[in-house]
Design a binder for this molecule. Sequence first.
Ligand SMILES: Cc1ncc(C[n+]2csc(CCOP(=O)(O)OP(=O)(O)O)c2C)c(N)n1
Ligand code: SF4
Length: 541
Amino acid sequence: MDKLLLLGDEAIAQSAIDAGISGIYAYPGTPSTEILEFVHNSREAKEKKIHSTWSSNEKTAMESALGMSYAGKRSMVCMKHVGLNVAADAFINAAITGVNGGLIVVAADDPSMHSSQNEQDSRFYGKFAMIPVFEPASQQEAYDMVRSGFELSEKFGIPVLLRITTRLAHSRSGIIRQPSLPQNPIHLPGNPKQFILLPANARRQYKNLLNNQALFEDESERSSFNIYQDGRDKSLGVIACGIAINYLLEDYNDREFPYPLLKIGQYPLPVNLIRKLYNSCDRILVLEEGYPLLEELLRGILDNGKKISGRMDGTLPRDGELNPNLVARAFGLEEKYGLPVPPVVKSRPPSLCKGCPHIYSYNALNEALDKYTKGRVFSDIGCYTLGALEPYGAINTCVDMGASITMAKGAADAGFKPAVAVIGDSTFTNSGITGLLDAVNDQTPITVIILDNATTAMTGGQTSAASGRLEDICMGLGVEKEHIHILNPSPKFHDENMHTIESELLYEGVSVIIPRRECIQTVARRIRDEKKEKQKEIVQE
Ligand SMILES: Cc1ncc(C[n+]2csc(CCOP(=O)(O)OP(=O)(O)O)c2C)c(N)n1
Ligand code: SF4
C-alpha cells in the first residue's frame, strides 16, 4: 500500500483525489488553504481532470460544490470556520435538498485564534444542519474519514461535514492510502423535485432529514471512529473528541491509562456509548477542542446528575486550544511538556513588510484625514489590517469580510462624515461588492479605498478574483466614473495620492479609490520562479 507523509490538510486533499472527486471549491483561509492548493498542484488530479479553482467567497464555493453534486459527481468544498458563516445559507439548505453525488464540506476551526477573529466551533453548524460530522484525531483518520464521508454522503444523499482544527491541519504524519475509486458518471437526481425548495417540497425534504436522524445516530454507534475502551478504575470516565485524545496519549505514554475511555470522531453523538460510560463511572471528564458542545449536553439545564468536568467547571480553560500540559493538569499529573522561553527570545508582533504598497496608501490616507477628528476608517480583513498597529494607527474597525463598506455606510447614514472604508481586492470580491451597491443605491457619502495588490496576500498569495478590473466592477455597480481613481501607492506619488483622497472625502456621494501595486512578496516569488524556469531551460539545452 502506498505510504505518504502529509499535513492534515494534504491528507484530506489526497483522500478526496483517491475517493473519486470531480471538483473541489474553496475560498482561502487559515488553516484550510492547503487543501485546495494540494489538489491544484497534484499531477494526479490534473490527469484525472479534477476541477480546482478558488471561488469568490465561501458561499459561491458551497453552491458550486452542490451543483457538481446535483450533476451526480463527488465534490468537496473547503473553508475556514468563519467562512462557514458566509456559506451558511447554502450549507443549511443543502441539508434540506440533500445531495446526489457525494459532497463533503470541510470546515477548519482555529481555536486560540492563531489567525482568526474568533474561535467558533463548526460542530455546532453540523448539529444545526442536522447532518453527520466527522472529527479526526490524526492525519490517517482525516484521510480515512474523507473516504467514509463520501460513502455516508452517497448512502443517505446528505452532505457531510468534516471538522478539523489548526494542529491537525498543519502537522504532518504518515498516511496509508486506499485504492483509487473512479469518478461518478454524470447522472441527474432520481427525484426531480429534490432541489426545488418550494415550501411543499421543502417540507417533504425536511421530514426526510428528520427521519434520517435515527439512522445517522445508528451509524455513529457502529462507527470505527467512535471507540469505547474499558478501564479498571471506574472513579472517572473520559470522553475525548477529535484531536483531544492525542494530548491524553502523550500524558500517559509512560503508564497505563486506568479509566474507561470513549473516543469520539463521528457525530451525531453515539448516545448509547455515552450512556454506557456514564452508567459505569462515578464522574465524567470531557476533553474537546473548541466549545463545550458535549459537556453542555451532558450537564443539561438542571445539571443534577453525576459530576461532569471539562471546560465549563474550570478543570480545563474555557477558551483556546488544549495541550498536553492542560490535560495533565486536569488529571492531576505533572506538567512536563515544553521548555521555559529564554529572556533573549522576544515576541515579534506581525507587521507590514518593508516596502508593502499598503504602507504608502495609509501614509496618504492618514495625512488626508489629519484635519478631522479620529475614528473614521472602517477596515476589513487582510494584510492591510496590520495598519491598525503603530506607526500607522490608520484603521478603527475589523469585524468580518466586507464589513468595512457597510459599516462606513451605516456611520455615514448616522451623519458621521467623512466616513472611509478600506478593503483589500480579495475581500472586496468575497463580500464587499453588495455593500458597495447598497451605498450606490442610497448615494451614501463614503470614500471606499480598495487596496489592489493583485493577490490574496494574507493567506499566502492566491489569485484574487477581480484584481486589475475593480474599476469596471465599480462602474458596473453605478459608481460615477469621475469618482473612481487609480493611485500608485509609492513614496514618489505621496502628495498626489493624498490630494486625491482629500478631495474625495468632501464628495457627497460614493467615491472609490484604488491604490494599485503588486504585493512585494508575490513579485519576489514570481522573479524566483522565473529564474528557476530559466535555469531549467539552460540545463535542458
Ligand atoms: C469569511 C472569511 N474567509 C476567509 C478569511 C481568511 N482571510 C483573511 S485575510 C484574507 C485575504 C485578504 O486578501 P485581500 O483582501 O486581497 O488583502 P491582502 O491580504 O492581499 O492585503 C483571507 C482570505 C476570513 N478571515 N474570513
Ligand atoms: S505580504 Fe504583501 S501585502 Fe502582505 S504585508 Fe507583505 S508586501 Fe504587504
